[in-house]
Design a protein around this ligand. Structure first.
Ligand code: C5P
Ligand code: MG
Length: 297
């Protein structure tokens, strides 16, 4: 049976045969995809991380900014604040992706990073009416193939939950400017709270960082009624912390997880293969998710 499935995937989803696509159990992945295909679009929901998953990691050798880093623009923050944010990034990002530290060890440090950054941003009293211009000037880029990804999901009325530890207001502006903020999109993220003059005064709700998405998922589950009755989940992420984004889905049948391995490839390959069903190594496109979606729906 496995041989037949392998054959099927080769002809139906040739993208899975590329050498940048790694799988721990190819047979099980194919089985899951077939089972999702039989259940069809009406049973499917997609849950995706944003920064470095829906957006590119790099372009022409330069890092593409995350939603936080889009805010590093002289329109919004001072030179002094920029320097401080860069020091924090250089201190904490290596910790975030360090394969030799446990999640338990990273957790308090991530809270520290996000908290310090948010405090700095609040001190700058960032203006809401300048966010769109900052996004426009930022050089942010969604992955190649984003248009068909978002458009297909919208056409088939498949809910897309974007679950981001970034900044929600910036994220929304990125997808709006790319004309893919369709009605099937729900977002869980860190949202800015502006005072009546339009200046940033706080962040709303539970702080979401890389390694507490489980808590975010559970606390929002009840509010996302349109996701109920969709037991098949396609999950996309770039961090091991993203694997808990589906923890709010109560009665799931099949979950297929796809992990983008962008950085520290050799050091992290093994843990990614052990954790995600499909690992995409240095792949700046959405070709594989798109091919799977086109087969399922
Ligand atoms: O959307 P996502 O959950 O991926 O957003 C979180 C990402 O943003 C993290 O992987 C982290 O590297 C990045 N980040 C950043 N600057 C911060 C905080 C987080 O670039 N101040
Ligand atoms: Mg990410």
């Amino acid at each position: 049976v496995l041989a037949i499935w392998n054959q099927l995937t080769k002809t139906e989803i040739p993208e899975l045969a590329k050498c940048s696509v790694l799988m721990r159990e190819r047979g099980r992945v194919e089985e899951t995809i077939h089972s999702m295909q039989r259940a069809g679009a009406g049973s499917l929901q997609v849950i995706s991380d944003f920064d470095m998953t829906l957006t590119r990691f790099a372009h022409n050798g330069r890092r593409v900014p995350t939603t936080h880093n889009i805010l590093i623009n002289r329109l919004l923050i001072s030179e002094d604040c920029t320097q401080k944010l860069k020091v924090l990034l250089n201190t904490y990002y290596p910790i975030e992706i360090d394969p030799s530290r446990s999640v338990e060890e990273k957790l308090p440090l991530m809270v520290e990073w996000w908290t310090k950054v948010h405090e700095l941003l609040i001190q700058q009293r960032i203006r809401k009416d300048l966010l769109a211009q900052a996004v426009n000037e930022s050089g942010t880029m969604l992955r190649d193939g984003y248009k068909s990804f978002f458009d297909r999901l919208a056409e088939q009325q498949i809910p897309l939950l974007i679950f981001s530890a970034g900044v929600g207001d910036v994220l929304e502006e990125v997808i709006r400017q790319n004309q893919v903020f369709h009605p099937n999109v729900n977002i869980i993220s860190n949202y800015m709270d502006f005072d009546p003059t339009g200046a940033l005064q706080a962040f709303k709700g539970l702080l979401i960082h890389t390694f507490n998405k489980r808590e975010g998922a559970l606390s929002h589950a009840a509010g996302l009624k349109n996701l109920q009755g969709r037991p098949n989940v396609l999950l996309l992420g770039d961090s091991l912390g993203d694997l808990t984004m589906a923890d709010g889905v109560s009665e799931h049948q099949n979950i297929l997880t796809i992990g983008f391995l962008n950085d520290q490839v050799e050091e992290r390959k093994e843990s990614y293969i052990n954790s995600f069903d499909i690992v995409l190594v240095k792949d700046e496109t959405l070709d594989v998710p798109n091919a799977i979606l086109s087969y399922i729906t």
